[in-house]
Every structure is written in C-alpha cells, then in structure tokens.
Ligand binder design. Structure first.
Ligand SMILES: [Zn+2]
Length: 311
C-alpha cells in the first residue's frame, strides 16, 4: 500500500514575507490521515483556518494565494506546496502569523531541506491519486495548459517564450518524469525571476517589498543582475515548472497523467486543475491499497526510500 504521509514532529521557522518585507513565522505540525494541508492565520483573533484547495485559490496575480469569503488571505503558498508534492506529504497543519508564507530564497529547496530533515512519517491510510482519464485544456491569449492521460506516472512538459538577451531560446523548454528525487535535484532550487522594470513598478505600488536578490533572479534589459548568476542554465523554465507542480497540488492529491503547457502561469494552472475536477468523467481518485494493485510508476513516483530521508 502507498500510504499517506505527514511530518514526524512539529517545527517552526522564520523568513521574510515577499509582499510585506516583514519577518514572518511559520510553524508546521503533523496532521492525521485525511486532514489535507490546512493553514491557520494565528495572527488573527479568532484564528482563521483555510484548507488548501483549488477553490480557495482566489488570487494568482503575483503568486498563488488562498483567500476565504471574508477576504482573509495567505499568499505565496506555491513553493511550499510544490515541496509537499515532491515529498508526498498529504497532511499537514501550517500556522502562519502573517498574510503570507515566507519566501525564503524564492525556490522550494529550503522547504524540501527542512521537511526532509524533520523526517516524514507514513499514516495508516492509503494515499489518494488523481488519475487523469480525459484530456482537459485551458487557454488564454495564446498561452495554454493541458492534462491528459499517461500510461504511468506524472510527466511534465513546459515551453516558455521570453525574448530577452539573457534567456537563450534553446533553454526555454523542459520536460521530466516527476519523482520526489527528480524534483529535488532538477527543479527545487530554481528561483522566482522578475525584470528590473517590474521591481520598480511593484515597489512604487507597495508590492513585493520583501523582494531582493536574495530571493529572486532579477534581469535588467540585458543580463541577470544577481552577482552569482543562475543556479541552472535553464532556471527560468524550471521555476515555471516548479510553480506548476505547486499549483497542481492544491487539491492535495498527486496527479497521475501528462501535464503539457505553453507560457502557463498561476492563473492558467489553477484554471486547469479546476477544469479537471469540474467533471468526474475527466478523472478518477485511486489508491494503491493492495500490493498487487500497485502500479510501478506510482511506486517510483513516491515510494522510494530516498524520498523519506534527507536529499
Ligand atoms: Zn514561483
């Protein structure tokens, strides 16, 4: 049986909020089976609880944000969510004392490192997967994203299309078979990126006040400004794919299927997930409760011993 997972013990950390620039604390606590990923705003009285779900994603402007009916929000959840997806963590309490999760270094790597260091425990319930049964596609102004059935596992394929001297055309496409290990080594360190002109605009509108060269790749008209350059030669497309992994895990269920997209972003990714889940003939929820049911790639996907230990 492939089992649901949570973390082994509570842990808390601090970092900078991307939007506010203020110090933010986040505490992680183990959660029982079938809880899902549950956020609590501990700075509000009474506390506000929000479950991670595609329907609660109501702002995708600069990040992926959960927003409830009263407008209470928790922003910048996508890199954390991507790390949870890679580690197969289905159940977790996340307590934040601010309207956003700390941005850390702009990638998912700090979260991968922390969860792998804390340790992961299996729970006594089968892990649920969404198996894509029928092709679903969303489009907007020439950008598109689709999910379609795969014979096995979760395959990712993304093309971006930036016309910039520092973004080589032949490094704007990336595809991979998703596993916890592949995510950790190939995608997790890819950072958010932005253009200098956008930084100036955002700061003048009191946005992204915590953004800096410590948590983003910044490009001017010709080059990458960060003195240490890029972490991967194709860091830009890899970060967009990291975002997609996080956005597609907002249901809390790992996907078995093919994801293919062109110039997608948080909005299209969320619309794609909602479109998939809007019609029960598009997918089935499955588990691998018995050994003989276990599909080789689903095991490969998550069940390797390595994903239970530090990368
Ligand atoms: Zn991102």
């Amino acid at each position: 049986m492939i089992k649901q997972r949570t973390i082994l013990k509570p842990f808390s950390m601090t970092g900078i909020g991307l939007h506010s620039g203020a110090k933010v604390s986040v505490a992680f606590r183990p959660a029982p089976e079938n809880t899902g990923i549950v956020y609590t705003r501990t700075d509000l009285n009474p506390h506000v609880v929000m479950k991670c779900s595609p329907d609660n994603v109501r702002d995708t402007q600069l990040c992926t944000a959960l927003v409830n009916d009263n407008g209470v929000r928790i922003s910048t959840v996508e890199h954390l969510t991507a790390a949870l997806s890679a580690l197969g963590i289905d159940n977790l309490f996340v307590d934040v004392d601010a309207p956003e999760v700390p941005v850390m270094d702009g990638s998912a790597q700090p979260f991968i490192y922390i969860f792998a260091s804390i340790g992961i425990q299996e729970l006594n319930a089968p892990k649920l997967f969404i198996r894509v049964k029928r092709k679903v596609r969303v489009e907007n102004e020439g950008k598109w994203a689709e999910l379609f059935p795969s014979k096995s596992g979760f395959h990712l394929d993304l093309q971006i299309d930036f016309n910039h001297p520092a973004m080589d055309r032949d490094k704007q496409h990336f595809s991979m078979n998703f596993t916890g290990e592949a995510f950790a080594s190939e995608l997790s360190r890819a950072r958010t990126f932005c253009f200098m002109r956008d930084v100036e605009y955002m700061h003048s509108h009191n946005l992204a006040l915590g953004g800096s060269l410590d948590n983003a790749v910044v490009l001017d008209e010709n080059k990458v400004v960060n003195p240490d350059g890029l972490r991967y030669e194709n860091e830009f497309v890899k970060h967009k794919l990291l975002d997609a992994v996080g956005d597609l895990y907002m249901s809390g269920y790992s996907i078995l299927g093919n994801f293919k997209a062109y110039k997608t972003g948080h909005d299209l990714n969320n619309r794609l997930l909602r479109a998939l889940l809007s019609d029960t003939s598009n997918y089935e929820l499955i588990s691998f409760a018995d050994k003989q049911d276990t599909d080789a790639e689903a095991i490969d996907f998550l069940d390797s011993k390595k994903s239970l230990t530090a990368f």
